[in-house]
Design a protein around this ligand. Structure first.
Ligand SMILES: Nc1ncnc2c1ncn2[C@@H]1O[C@H](COP(=O)(O)OP(=O)(O)O)[C@@H](O)[C@H]1O
Ligand SMILES: [Mg+2]
Length: 255
């Protein structure tokens, strides 16, 4: 979808800011703020993969979390499927949250080691009360198949899996509520180079199969150049460039 003239905007981020207060001294007074995200704007079109790249600490994950309303943004507007996310509350926000999911960087840290795969993948179904009992078991098994894992592994624990398999568990969990939008936050950075391509291929297949839209976060271009046609480059809390990957290679303005 490189021609965006008639493409539908799924997500619109306007001048998003996320500042974290810094407290100092015995009275824990606020002495300043980390301007993690400092006025970021971009659109994501339905069905595309927008790359978001930048060095570690430039605010990529914070941007993702603020979009998903895991943080209350300091300022800015976020529209998703036409709804004003910042104004949504209660049940409306819960319903919108189902459609937006995140896949995390570290498949070791992001999966609860005390939960079985079935509990991990089925948890969103329980939390959002969209399935119960046997139905959850069946859906978990189906989700495991979709991500290329043996469904009979459902009763196992995360430590019994390799890094690549764990990331597949994370993907299955993200898919549980049939989202339309997934933020992939450096989903392959922590994996062996030999299995990175498998996970990227899986994400691309799933995108095709379920008409998913991705915001794909990475710390360097080599990861996103295969998967996204448009790339936003972030530096110290702002987007310094938003362009097609082809232009980015021909004419790189930032390191
Ligand atoms: N919860 C938080 N509280 C305070 N500072 C934070 C918090 N989360 C992130 N930061 C700071 O915001 C900046 C951006 O972090 P982050 O979004 O994680 O960057 P990236 O994902 O690009 O590596 C960093 O300076 C980081 O230390
Ligand atoms: Mg990050």
């Amino acid at each position: 979808m490189s021609n965006n003239n008639n493409a539908e905007i799924l997500l619109k981020v306007d001048d998003l800011m996320m500042h974290f207060p810094i407290y100092r001294g015995v009275f824990q007074r606020q002495v300043g703020a980390v301007r993690a995200v400092d006025g970021v704007s971009f659109d994501v079109f339905r069905g595309e993969t927008l790359g978001l790249v930048g060095e570690s600490g430039c605010g990529k994950s914070t941007t993702g979390r603020a979009i998903l309303q895991l943080y209350k943004p300091t300022a800015g507007n976020i529209h998703f499927e036409g709804a004003d996310l910042i104004k949504l509350r209660g049940e409306e926000l819960r319903r919108m949250r189902r459609k937006m999911q995140m896949i995390f960087q570290d498949p070791y840290a992001s999966l609860n080691p005390r939960m079985t795969v079935e509990q991990i993948v089925g948890e969103p179904l329980v939390v959002h009360s969209v399935a119960t009992g046997k139905e959850i078991q069946d859906r978990v098994k189906h989700l495991l198949e979709i991500v290329g894992l043996n469904p009979s592994f459902a009763s196992r624990y995360p430590h019994e899996f390799s890094g690549g398999q764990r990331q597949r568990i994370g993907v299955a969990r993200a898919l549980a509520l049939q989202p339309s939008f997934i933020i992939c936050d450096e989903p392959i950075s922590a994996l062996d180079v030999s299995i990175q391509a498998q996970v990227v291929n899986l994400l691309e297949e799933l995108q095709e199969q379920f008409n998913l839209t991705y915001l794909f976060i990475a710390h360097d271009l080599s990861m996103v150049r295969h998967i996204s046609k448009r790339v936003a480059v972030m530096y110290l809390g702002v987007i310094v460039e938003l362009t097609t990957r082809d232009e980015l290679y021909l004419n790189p303005l930032h390191p």
